[in-house]
Design a protein around this ligand. Structure first.
Ligand code: ATP
Ligand code: MG
Length: 240
């Protein structure tokens, strides 16, 4: 459950999100779609606790996010985040990318961290690449390692910001398959994406954001098959 009340944020006096008000129940996977510059990443960063809104409240599964430093420090540890690009630490191997946060931030034993990392790498067919640095991996492999790292902490929430935007179609489906597989688990995920087919098929709920406002939101099927606003119709026409 995600509830956002009267959320606003401005940068340099410019309103980037204005009065976002939504209440979503019984959705485990939420897609955020919309034109470039509309505020999708900004909203995701606020939900991740990486940015503080000018006003408003967010609560996730009934718990408010308190935008205070000591709360946020703990809160950020509890969610997995994957960004558009530049996800991995460049100077260490794939497996170390996964184990480092587990050991340093989550205080796992090295041995347990390696075990957890290996089981994820195996599961996502990345074992052959575990010793490679990010620059030696394909874009799709890098994003899969980034997602493995984000879920290694066993967070309840996974936030993904266009995890496939830098990938060609084949690698895109590789990463989308992986995300689809995660949905079967206990996790809730919020995904910013330009992959409309995936949003429709794989996400329970879709938010359409443009010009800093939620223009339409609803079950994915309704949003894609029965758009109501001119803006969403125009957006879908252009992109499909
Ligand atoms: P895209 O699809 O291109 O990723 P988006 O919907 O994710 O776009 P945001 O990154 O949320 O868009 O940006 C929304 C607006 O806020 C943009 O006009 C952007 O220039 C502005 N913006 C975002 N972050 C900052 C910042 N730190 N300082 C100033 N302006 C910002
Ligand atoms: Mg963005």
């Amino acid at each position: 459950n995600l509830s956002i009340k009267d959320l606003c944020i401005e940068y340099e006096g410019k309103q980037v999100l204005s009065s976002i008000d939504i209440e979503i129940k019984n959705a485990h996977s939420i897609a955020i779609i919309g034109p470039s510059g509309g505020g999708k990443s900004t909203l995701l960063r606020i939900i991740a606790g990486l940015e503080t809104p000018s006003s408003g409240n967010i609560s996730i599964n009934g718990k408010d996010i308190a935008f205070r430093e000591n709360f946020l420090n703990e809160y950020r540890k509890s969610i997995g985040v994957v960004f558009q690009s530049y996800n991995l630490f460049p100077h260490i191997s794939a497996i170390e990318n996964i184990t480092l946060p587990l050991v340093q931030i989550h205080k796992l034993d090295k041995k347990d961290a390696v075990q957890r990392a290996e089981s994820l790498l195996k599961r996502f067919q990345l074992m052959d690449h575990s010793h490679k640095r990010p620059s030696q991996l394909s874009g799709g492999q890098q994003q899969r390692v980034a997602i493995a790292r984000a879920i290694a902490i066993k967070s309840q929430f996974l936030l993904l910001d266009e995890p496939t935007s830098a990938l060609d179609p084949e690698l895109t489906s590789e990463v989308l398959d992986m995300i689809d597989e995660l949905k079967g688990e206990y996790r809730d995920l919020i995904l910013v994406t330009h992959e409309m087919g995936f949003a429709k098929k794989a996400c329970d709920y879709t938010l359409f954001i443009a010009d800093g406002k939620v223009i339409e939101h609803g079950h994915s099927k309704d949003i894609f098959e029965n758009p109501k606003s001119e803006q969403l119709m125009g957006f879908l026409d252009k992109i499909l």
